[in-house]
Design a protein around this ligand. Structure first.
Ligand code: UD2
Length: 344
């Protein structure tokens, strides 16, 4: 008993000893933890404006992603890559200062027709281009008109050139519009390869409304039509009559592209214009015209010669169109016009 009591005492002091060691360890651990917590609070200050900007970009993509996941609509245009992995350019998908550095010295052409009454749209287009189009880069405006003497030259920055070329004034507006392909086949073969690296082709009844820079340059670049960017393939107004050279069978195609803005390396635009011009001529021989003139031929070409870069509807927008809430930047805007009046 006595021995047991003694043993008990010894084991009790062991327990107390162990408890004291444990408490000391616990206090040490807590002190260390709180020190670390304090230290982590003293990390360098976070650049919140950058974080907010990044979050904004994420949100823009999230909105599009949510739409992509909702319902069973195609809505492929909302992505940032095509199925053949060409980038679709949306705000926030490029770093303009890096691209500007890469394109230091790049020569860019802007090709536009301003025939008959459409001359009125030329000055606003060129003035807006001086504000927003390829700012800081070498630009040559190739203007084709039947009214060279009526052209008013805008105030232009250094390194920017205005070239005026005479062109025949076709009677029908459709022929004026299609004539552009023929003129492209000539200029992209002879003159332009010596003067520029990339060519951008636009309609004249448009104005630049926000930055449009070197992010749009690529081997072959096309713009998604803002009226069809959420549409199903079957809804695209492709030329579906097999008799036309612009024929696209049902079930074929990716996007409906707009002829008001496309571009690429000069040699690529040469190939494109030759193919479209030949198609237009073939149709003429059959006494037919594609549903949307050269835009139909352009779409056919791009179905079978995929663009290496696709521009989102930020790059062609029209104030009247639905789903504008998805378009954060409206970089290139269609000017409202009275079709009847300007075409007569
Ligand atoms: C659509 C396309 C356009 C073209 C056309 C063909 C848009 C914004 N654009 O335009 O790219 O495919 O359909 O059907 O939807 N032009 C003149 N003088 C004329 C007529 C035309 O200079 O008398 C030029 C001018 O550069 C004009 C372009 O041809 O911007 C296209 O003609 P449009 O703008 O009248 O054709 P539109 O609005 O139907």
């Amino acid at each position: 008993m006595c021995k047991n009591w003694k043993n008990m005492l010894t084991s009790k002091s062991y327990i107390i000893g162990a408890l004291i060691i444990f408490i000391i360890f616990l206090i040490g651990f807590c002190m260390q933890y709180s020190k670390q917590a304090l230290l982590s609070k003293q990390e360098p200050t976070v650049d919140w404006s950058r974080k907010v900007a990044e979050k904004g970009i994420e949100l823009a993509h999230c909105e599009r992603k949510l739409l992509l996941n909702s319902g069973n609509k195609r809505r492929m245009a909302l992505n940032v890559l095509t199925p053949w992995l060409a980038p679709i350019i949306w705000d926030g998908t490029f770093n303009i200062s890096t691209l500007d550095t890469q394109h230091n010295g790049t020569r860019i052409g802007l090709f536009v027709f301003a025939v008959k009454k459409y001359i009125r749209f030329l000055l606003p287009l060129l003035e807006s281009a001086e504000r927003y189009f390829m700012v800081g880069h070498k630009v040559t405006y190739y203007v084709f008109t039947d009214k060279v003497n009526e052209v008013v030259k805008p105030k232009m920055a250094e390194g920017r050139i205005l070239q005026l070329h005479n062109v025949i004034a076709d009677q029908r507006w459709e022929d004026v519009s299609m004539r552009r392909m023929e003129i492209l086949t000539i200029f992209t073969k002879t003159q332009m390869p010596k003067e520029i690296d990339y060519l951008v082709c636009t309609d004249v009844d448009m104005v630049f409304n926000d930055h449009v820079g070197v992010e749009i340059l690529g081997d072959l670049v096309a713009t998604i039509h803002p009226g069809y960017f959420l549409a199903e393939l079957e809804e695209f107004p492709y030329e579906h009559r097999p008799i036309s050279a612009a024929y696209i069978p049902y079930g074929h195609g990716d996007f409906y592209y707009m002829a008001a803005l496309y571009g690429g390396k000069v040699e690529e635009i040469y190939k494109l214009s030759v193919s479209c011009h030949e198609g237009i001529e073939e149709d003429k021989k059959k006494n037919i015209e594609a549903a949307w003139q050269e835009e139909s031929h352009l779409n056919r070409y791009l179905v079978y010669n995929k663009p290496t870069k696709v521009l989102s509807p930020e790059y062609i927008w029209n104030h009247d169109l639905p789903n504008g809430d998805l378009i954060k930047k409206r970089r290139f805007l269609a000017v409202a016009k009275n079709h009847q009046e300007v075409r007569n």
